[in-house]
Design a protein around this ligand. Structure first.
Ligand code: NI
Length: 137
């Protein structure tokens, strides 16, 4: 069977601050710039989740997109939307909530819920021009 990739877009707003406790304010500002603002700031994150696999003979689907939509809602939107990632999301208590690290957390959460026969890939936009991708490698 041909392998096809299905995609689902989602969105969440969240606040964060990039910093290291073990660095001085000057070094944090030098490395992280505006993203190190001690009072936090928000981003409008756009997410694209892609699932690749063979088309199921019975359904004609790679994956039922309504199931993927529900998974993203439960695992990502409800966990992150309108949250302060540093303060309210356990995964970022000790991990800087960069787009890179957020994409890995999203991947890991979804990976456990998606059939192993299917490949998973995450694309996360922190701004319209800055985005990261992660496929578990
Ligand atoms: Ni930022």
């Amino acid at each position: 069977m041909p392998k096809v990739t299905v995609h689902r877009k989602a969105h969440f707003n969240a606040a964060h601050r990039l910093y290291r406790k073990d660095w001085s304010d000057e070094k944090n500002t030098a490395v992280f710039g505006k993203c190190s603002n001690p009072n936090f700031h928000g981003h409008n994150y756009d997410l694209e989740v892609s699932v690749t696999g063979e088309i199921d003979k019975e359904t004609g689907f790679v994956m039922d997109l309504s199931i993927l939509r529900k998974l993203i809602k439960e695992e990502v939107e409800e966990a992150f939307d309108h949250k302060n990632l540093n303060v309210e999301v356990a995964e970022f208590k000790e991990v800087n909530p960069t787009a890179e690290n957020i994409s890995v957390v999203i991947y890991d959460k979804l990976r456990t819920k998606i059939n192993r026969n299917l490949d998973l890939s995450i694309k996360l936009y922190e701004t319209p021009r800055n985005f990261v991708t992660y496929s578990g490698n």
